[in-house]
Ligand binder design. Structure first.
Ligand code: ATP
Ligand code: MG
Length: 409
């Protein structure tokens, strides 16, 4: 049997990037031979094994044929007579379809190295169209390697467009889609992921709520970029520049969905978009079964981001309501993430990327002040049950009024 490194490990080594996870393909072996050598089988679907010592992945060379809709609709054929070339041709991109042996001898039948040098993401064969997840994968690789100058080959984009129009994207499971979306959002240029999806018509299918923001104007005084879609991309870009976590990036992507529902007569204003957007945010959250912390933050940021921007003008009672809505006493981290998303929203505007955002420290100070109210003295005064809750609120309101006065003095 022969063992080759394949996929990302070969690609990233040739790009001079650090290699973290190594995938290997085994040619000329049977399942029985692998088991006899102590490899542990994983997964019921694929002939994939873990190395007895290193725990790294070894897959038997295989071919795939589409036999129905979605990902369940694949039949795999693994056998000692499947060649390396046959295994490589089922892969998504030419730059992912190279293999190398122990001596770093490259097997590159589909010219991945040429495309690496030309900075092109190109599909390996027409079989690309058999798995719609590849549309998301290509968009994710475009986001990851945009900084190196990679772009999607026109013929690959065309194939992605056909796939998007065919209705196949709807067959993707929430789990497979979310895995790609979340990884893409964590790349250095997540806005490129959205741009590529939009260019091939996949955004309209996957997230029509985000697609609808392009072409919707906002007031130029606050938004020199005017277009709501472009603004959303900039906010995402800021979130990546500032190394924000996935929760914040997800909230940034969805914060303005309500603006896509504004009647044209009201343009460029978007009255109450924070509220109209909530049902759209909920729909996108549920469509991809986003993790609970992502779902929660997206809804809270959608509802309250304009409160964040107006923080210094808010009445003490409104400030208190905001803090209560975030349950800032038990969930301080979530409030920090809200503040971060608001700041990214403020900076994600043309020419305003470097602006200061005094609202952030002001909100932090307010949270600290409110959290500083101690329960013990109130208990000692005999408050309990709902009356205790009311007394706590009164005390917190008092400190917030003092905080506000001190800040404006
Ligand atoms: P990463 O650095 O993100 O791990 P990778 O290229 O190694 O990138 P993996 O998801 O680990 O990506 O997959 C390993 C290889 O398997 C890919 O390089 C590609 O050749 C192939 N592959 C994975 N998923 C698909 C798919 N859906 N369709 C076609 N080929 C795929
Ligand atoms: Mg990999």
């Amino acid at each position: 049997m022969q063992v080759y490194k394949v996929g990302g490990a070969v690609r990233d080594r040739l790009l001079g990037l650090p290699v973290t996870d190594i995938d290997r393909v085994v040619v000329g072996a049977t399942t029985e031979e692998m088991l006899a050598q102590g490899f542990r089988p994983v997964g019921a679907d694929f002939p994939v094994f873990l190395h007895p010592k290193t725990g790294e992945e070894y897959a038997l060379a295989r071919t795939e044929r589409k036999s129905g809709r979605g990902y369940g609709g694949f039949t795999f054929y693994a056998s000692p007579d499947v060649t390396l070339e046959e295994d490589l041709i089922r892969r998504d991109l030419t730059i992912n379809a190279m293999a190398e042996d122990d001596q770093q001898n490259l097997t590159d039948p589909y010219h991945g190295q040429r495309d690496l040098e030309a900075r092109i993401l190109r599909h390996v064969s027409p079989a690309f169209a058999e798995d719609p997840l590849r549309v998301l994968r290509v968009a994710r690789f475009a986001a990851r390697y945009a900084g190196l100058g990679f772009t999607v080959a026109p013929e690959t984009l065309e194939l992605m467009r056909e796939l998007s129009e065919s209705g196949e994207l709807q067959a993707l499971t929430a789990e497979r889609s979310w895995k790609e979306i979340s990884r893409a959002l964590l790349e250095d240029q997540p806005q490129v992921f959205i741009e590529v999806l939009r260019d091939c018509g996949a955004l309209k299918v996957l997230m029509p709520e985000v697609d609808a923001l392009f072409g919707v104007p906002q007031p130029e005084a606050h938004h020199p970029e005017i277009d709501t879609g472009l603004h959303t991309l900039s906010v995402l870009q800021q979130a990546a520049l500032h190394k924000q976590p996935l929760t914040v990036r997800w909230a940034c992507l969805l914060h303005d969905l309500g603006k896509g529902l504004t009647p044209q007569e009201e343009w460029p204003r978007h009255i109450a978009h924070e509220h109209t957007g909530l049902k759209l945010i909920k729909a996108v959250n549920e469509r991809f079964k986003a993790p609970k912390d992502c779902q929660e933050l997206a809804l809270l940021v959608g509802q309250y981001h304009t409160h964040g921007h107006r923080a210094l003008e808010l009445k003490a009672s409104t400030l208190l309501e905001l803090l209560q809505s975030f349950d800032v006493y038990r969930r301080p981290q979530r409030f920090e993430e809200f503040i971060a998303a608001c700041e990214m929203d403020a900076r994600g505007r043309k020419g305003l990327e470097q602006r200061s955002y005094p609202q952030a420290d002001y909100l932090r100070g307010a949270a600290t002040a409110a959290r500083g109210v101690a329960v013990q003295p109130l208990l000692e005064q005999g408050f309990k049950g709902p009356a205790l809750g009311e007394a706590l609120k009164r005390e917190r309101l008092k400190v917030l009024k003092a905080y506000k006065d001190a800040a404006s003095a």
